[in-house]
Design a protein around this ligand. Structure first.
Ligand SMILES: [Cu+2]
Length: 735
């Protein structure tokens, strides 16, 4: 379907008598010439296709208005981030409604108008969306996590509250069960069982044997968590042995040191050694990992264009390797065992030659059992500085912050799975937030200082929604360089492995907190509640900053250099996808207590672990996360795409919300850079080169990949437990 003015044209909705109104994902172009399949909206179909179940709501007519029809598409609001929310974590979605059959009944006056309203689920708060008519309408933004929409017949367009008769009503997808999942779960009554599933009741990997229960400690559950009282969960533990690093009384292990900055010039060599470090957090002392005795590892500071040598020595008791995340280096140094090198055995060494062709903020971490090794502290940043003067606006100070979360109970760190990751459903969310390895971040600045924060999310699974309440903030760059233009933001949404660079002005003396604010979902009850964590604070002294960069900060720069670099790619933005991926999952042998819970609601983004017990006991032995190429049917490592150097590929990624526990996935491509050109057909308005992009559940995301770096590379989810449960593929860029 052709596009007008670069925006996706919305497909018209056609009603089929007797058919069900549902939402479809991909609507093949009906008009000739056909250039691409359209990313679709709410469309009609004969069967309840679940593919867009999280971004469409079908309104139900009241008996007085049987001919009335209405659907509402929840459309992504473009933002610099992959997920658009307010600072308090409430979602920002645009409601695109399509109505038909809105006719004034004879019993109503001729001046009757139809008015749409939105309300909370309990109807205690109602807002007027406006007068509606047949056809397609933009009802504006909606920020309630769960809501209802009502259409009433009113006597005047000026009414301020609903008094007229009800015409249509519906509930947001976030508030309803996805009934189709009842029948895809093998353990559900009347389930359609596929052949690959073991018989109901056969749970080979799960056990409640006393020995296993002794070995495992139950994980800490969030306060007030409904999951703690869940039926059938009482004696369940993961079906793998627990992994702990070392006995707690290893007195010869040194305490970890704060990160050091290492400036490297072209040709310099760094020795990077992984090993054991002692940490004390929340009054508990335990052993973790560190690079060069530091947590995080050294911050490598280099200039764009430099090549450095890193002699990696593996000092931990597991095979390992170092991946240089986002760096477009030589393939043989990408650090992926089984794809670019053999794993580095404990005590062995591997020499990496790392070149840095792009300025930006990058990071390094092992590419072996990330759920353990990265979680235990093996990560560090790389600052690649531009050689162009004035590449970024001047600021008073730079802060490079690695965000993480650790899962602790009263005895220390919750053990990991020895042979397969635990927490294979949602990933391992921690309950102790860390900034640069510490539970509290502190900074002192002068009044009016502009501070540039380089954020990296090193957590296994958690998205952060960060803000400094009361301080103005603008986003300037992300994974692989600057945005087309700087933009004011109220918070920074950062998924695992992503980076964002924001400038913040501290104009008010006193204390400004760094907070993570989300709407937490409880999967048992399907309710959302606000949650806030304070990660640290900035103390602003009442002394004027020098120099003063307030004027530069107040100006939003448009980056002509970025626009020029993007220009050759623009002609490909509307091209047909060259490749597609569907993100989904399968389970086998989960206890009924767990799989029965998987009939709850799915959310576009899981900001918290809202089903802590069932997540914990599910391991990679029972859960498979899947990248599927719908063109070939190939999955995960069977995907072996080939590209040519210089090819611009468009990969359309669809995160199928109908899988039994769908979840958002931060998708990472090795060795290349890409643009997120559209989400659900809504074009991006401010582009930046990325190497990791969040794919919310139910969303269709178009990635335009610059296949510029030859070699055999990985594409995978960066939730460590999803990667550990198979969610990875390979692609080759041929020279
Ligand atoms: Cu994932």
């Amino acid at each position: 379907m052709p596009r007008a003015n670069g925006r996706a044209r919305l497909a018209p909705m056609v009603l089929v008598t007797g058919g069900l109104l549902v939402c479809g994902r991909l609507l093949a172009a009906r008009n000739e010439p056909s250039r691409e399949p359209e990313v679709a909206l709410c469309q009609d179909a004969d069967t309840a296709a679940p593919s867009a179940a999280l971004n469409c709501m079908t309104l139900v007519p009241s008996p007085d208005f049987p001919q009335a029809r209405g659907t509402i598409q929840l459309q992504p609001v473009p933002s610099p981030f992959g997920v658009t929310v307010h600072a308090d974590g409430t979602p920002r979605q645009r409601l695109i409604a399509t109505f038909s059959g809105l006719r004034t009944a004879r019993s109503l006056g001729s001046d009757t108008v139809f008015v749409a309203w939105a309300s909370t689920l309990s109807l205690d708060s109602v807002v007027k969306l406006g007068v509606v008519r047949n056809g397609r309408l933009d009802l504006g933004e909606m920020s309630l996590p769960q809501f209802r929409v009502l259409v009433s017949a009113e006597r005047s367009a000026e009414v301020r509250e609903r008094t007229g008769r009800l015409v249509l009503r519906g509930t947001s997808p976030s508030a309803r069960l996805m009934a189709h999942r009842d029948v895809v779960q093998p353990s559900a009554p009347g389930a359609l069982r596929d052949d690959a599933s073991p018989p109901v009741g056969h749970m080979p990997a799960m056990h409640d044997a006393p020995n296993a229960a002794d070995a495992w400690r139950m994980p800490p559950l969030p306060a007030g968590s409904a999951a703690s009282g869940m039926m059938g969960m009482a004696n369940l533990v993961p079906g793998v042995s627990p992994f702990v690093v070392a006995p707690r009384d290893s007195a010869d292990i040194l305490a970890s040191r704060p990160r050091e900055v290492v400036h490297l010039e072209n040709g310099d060599t760094l020795r990077l050694e992984s090993g054991l470090v002692r940490r004390t957090l929340r009054g508990k002392s335990f052993i973790m990992y560190g690079f060069n005795g530091q947590h995080p590892g050294p911050l490598i500071d280099v200039r764009k264009g430099a090549t450095v040598v890193v002699q990696f020595h593996n000092g931990i008791d597991q095979p390992s390797a170092v991946h240089w995340h986002g760096v477009r280096l030589d393939n043989r140094f990408d650090g992926v065992p089984g794809v670019t090198q053999d794993a580095v055995a404990p005590g062995a060494t591997f020499t990496y030659v790392v070149r840095f062709p792009d300025s930006g903020i990058y990071w390094y971490h092992p590419h072996v059992r990330e759920d353990i090794q990265q979680d235990l502290g093996l990560y560090g940043n790389i600052m690649v500085r531009s050689t162009s003067p004035g590449y970024l606006a001047p600021v008073n100070r730079e802060q490079v912050l690695m965000l993480d979360d650790l899962l602790m109970d009263g005895d220390g760190l919750t053990p990991w799975g020895a042979t397969s990751p635990t927490h294979a459903l949602m990933g391992r969310f921690g309950n102790v937030m860390l900034v640069n390895g510490e539970p509290r971040y502190d900074l002192e600045v002068k009044r009016g200082e502009i501070v540039r924060f380089y954020f990296t999310n090193a957590s296994n699974a958690r998205l952060f929604n960060l803000s400094f309440p009361g301080a103005r903030m603008k986003v300037v760059a992300s994974d692989v360089g600057k945005f087309e233009r700087e933009e004011w933001v109220s918070s920074v949404v950062i998924a695992p492995a992503e980076r964002y660079v924001v400038d913040v002005e501290f104009s008010r003396p006193g204390r400004t907190a760094l907070v993570n604010r989300i709407q937490a979902l409880d999967h048992m009850f399907g309710t959302f509640s606000p949650e806030a964590d304070t990660l640290g604070a900035v103390r602003v002294r009442d002394v004027p900053a020098t120099p003063r960069y307030g004027a530069e900060f107040a100006r939003l720069r448009r980056n002509g250099d970025v626009a020029a670099e993007l220009a050759p790619y623009r002609s490909s933005f509307d091209a047909a996808p060259t490749h597609s991926l569907v993100l989904t999952m399968r389970t086998r042998g989960l206890p009924a207590a767990v799989s029965n819970m998987l009939i709850g609601i799915n959310a576009p983004v899981e900001w918290n672990d809202g089903m802590a017990m069932m997540n914990w006991v599910a391991t990679g032995d029972e859960v498979s996360w899947v990248l599927r190429d719908p063109a070939t049917g190939k999955e995960n490592m069977a995907i072996d795409w080939h590209f040519r150097v210089g090819q611009v590929a468009k990969i359309r990624v669809f995160n199928d919300p109908s899988s039994s526990h769908a979840m958002d996935h931060p998708l990472h491509l090795h060795g290349q850079r890409f643009l997120v050109v559209s989400r659900d057909g809504v074009p991006a308005t401010n582009l930046v080169w990325k190497d990791t992009a969040i794919i919310p559940t139910g969303e269709t995301v178009d990635l335009l990949v610059d296949m510029a770096n030859p070699g055999r590379w990985m594409i995978h989810c960066h939730i460590a437990e999803h990667l550990g449960a198979g969610m990875m593929g390979v692609f080759t860029v041929d020279p």
